[in-house]
Design a protein around this ligand. Structure first.
Ligand SMILES: NC(=O)c1ccc[n+]([C@@H]2O[C@H](COP(=O)([O-])OP(=O)(O)OC[C@H]3O[C@@H](n4cnc5c(N)ncnc54)[C@H](OP(=O)(O)O)[C@@H]3O)[C@@H](O)[C@H]2O)c1
Length: 293
C-alpha cells in the first residue's frame, strides 16, 4: 500500500485527533495542523504513541487568519510536492460566546475559521492535491443543520455586521456554506482525480471541562445530558478515515456522508446552483489577496 500524505486541521483534539490516530495506525503520514504549539505538541506525542507511528508531524496554522493559512501552505509546499488527503476539520464554536468577535484581519471569526479559511487552504494546496494519484478533500458539516431546514447564507450580511449576532446562527451558516462549497468544488474539479466530499457530523462527545471551562451549571448539565446521546470521537472518526483512505470512494465526489457508506442529503437550498455561486462569490470577496498558487 502506498503511503498517503494527509493533513488534518484541528488534529489536536476530539474527532480530528481520533482520525489522526486511525490514519497513522494504517502507516500513512499525518500532519496535524493546529493553532497552539503547546496543545499540538501534547497531541502529537499522544497520536504517535497510540498509533505506534513516529511519522506524524505538527505544523502550526490559525485557520481564522488568512496570513497564517498562507504561511502554513508555503511551509508545507516547501517540503511536500504532493498532498493526498486534506481534512478540513478545525472549527470555531464556543457556546459561551455572546458578543461578535472579529479577527485581526477584520473578518467575523466563525465565518473566517469555518468557511473562508478552509476555502483558502484548499485553493493554496490544490495543485499538490492534483499531483496526487487521487487527491481527496474532506469538509466537515453538522447534523444540527437538520433543525434549520430553511437556513440560507445571508448574502448581504454573512458577518453579522448589521444583524444581531448569535453564535448558533453564525456556526450553522458557516457549516451550510461548507456543504455548498463542497458541491461547488466537486463540480469545479470535474474530470480531475481529486474528489471533494462533506461529512455530516452527529452529536459527538466533547471534553466539556477542557473545551468550555467555567461553563454555567445549567449549560454544563445540558452538555452532560447531551453526551449520553452522543457517540465517541473515535466512532465519528471512522467516517473521516473511510473517506480519507478507502478505495471504495476513490471516484465518489460531491457527496455528503453520515457514516461510512451512508450518503445523506442536504437541504434543497444547498443544491441550488445560483445560490452556490453567490456564496462562492461572496467568499472570494472576503479573501484579502487573490490566490496565486
Ligand atoms: N462534537 C460535535 O458534537 C460536533 C457536531 C457537529 C459538527 N462537529 C464538527 O466536527 C469537527 C470537529 O469537532 P470536535 O467535536 O472534534 O471539536 P473540538 O475537539 O473542539 O475540535 C475542534 C478543533 O478545531 C481547532 N480549531 C478551532 N479554531 C481553530 C483555528 N482558528 N485554527 C486552527 N484550529 C482551530 C481546535 O483547536 P484548539 O484545541 O486550539 O481550540 C480543535 O483542535 C468541527 O468541524 C465541528 O464543527 C462537531
Amino acid at each position: 500500500m502506498k503511503q498517503k500524505v494527509c493533513i488534518i486541521t484541528g488534529g489536536n483534539s476530539g474527532i480530528g485527533k481520533a482520525a489522526a490516530i486511525q490514519i497513522a495506525q494504517q502507516r500513512h503520514k499525518v500532519i496535524i495542523a493546529c493553532r497552539s504549539q503547546q496543545r499540538g505538541a501534547a497531541a502529537l506525542a499522544d497520536i504517535r504513541q497510540q498509533a505506534n507511528n513516529e511519522d506524524v508531524e505538527l505544523m502550526i496554522v490559525d485557520m481564522s487568519l488568512q496570513s497564517s493559512i498562507r504561511a502554513f501552505a508555503q511551509a508545507f509546499l516547501a517540503r511536500y510536492e504532493v498532498l493526498d488527503v486534506l481534512i478540513q476539520n478545525a472549527a470555531a464554536f464556543d457556546i459561551r460566546q455572546k458578543q461578535i468577535a472579529f479577527t485581526e484581519e477584520g473578518v467575523e471569526k466563525i465565518w473566517a475559521t469555518n468557511h473562508v479559511g478552509p476555502v483558502l487552504l484548499t485553493d493554496l494546496l490544490l495543485d499538490a492535491l492534483k499531483r496526487s494519484e487521487q487527491g481527496r478533500i474532506i469538509t466537515i458539516s453538522s447534523k444540527g443543520l437538520v433543525t434549520y431546514p430553511f437556513l440560507k447564507v445571508d448574502l448581504d450580511d454573512p458577518e453579522f455586521r448589521e444583524r444581531k449576532f448569535s453564535v448558533q446562527k453564525a456556526y450553522y451558516q458557516s457549516k451550510q456554506a461548507q456543504v455548498m462549497y463542497t458541491y461547488w468544488l466537486a463540480k469545479m474539479l470535474g474530470e480531475t482525480a481529486v474528489t471533494a466530499n462533506a461529512i455530516r457530523v452527529t452529536n459527538v462527545q466533547i471534553d466539556v471541562d477542557e473545551r468550555y471551562p467555567h461553563l454555567p451549571t445549567l449549560l454544563r448539565k445540558m452538555y452532560s445530558l447531551k453526551s449520553r446521546f452522543s457517540i465517541t470521537p473515535e466512532e465519528m472518526a471512522k467516517t473521516y478515515t473511510y473517506l480519507a483512505l478507502s478505495p471504495d470512494v476513490a471516484q465518489t465526489t460531491g457527496k455528503y456522508f453520515d457514516d461510512p457508506e451512508h450518503i445523506v442529503d442536504s437541504s434543497a437550498y444547498t443544491h441550488d446552483w445560483e445560490s452556490i455561486e453567490k456564496v462562492m462569490q461572496l467568499t472570494r470577496r472576503t479573501m484579502k489577496q487573490p490566490v496565486t498558487a
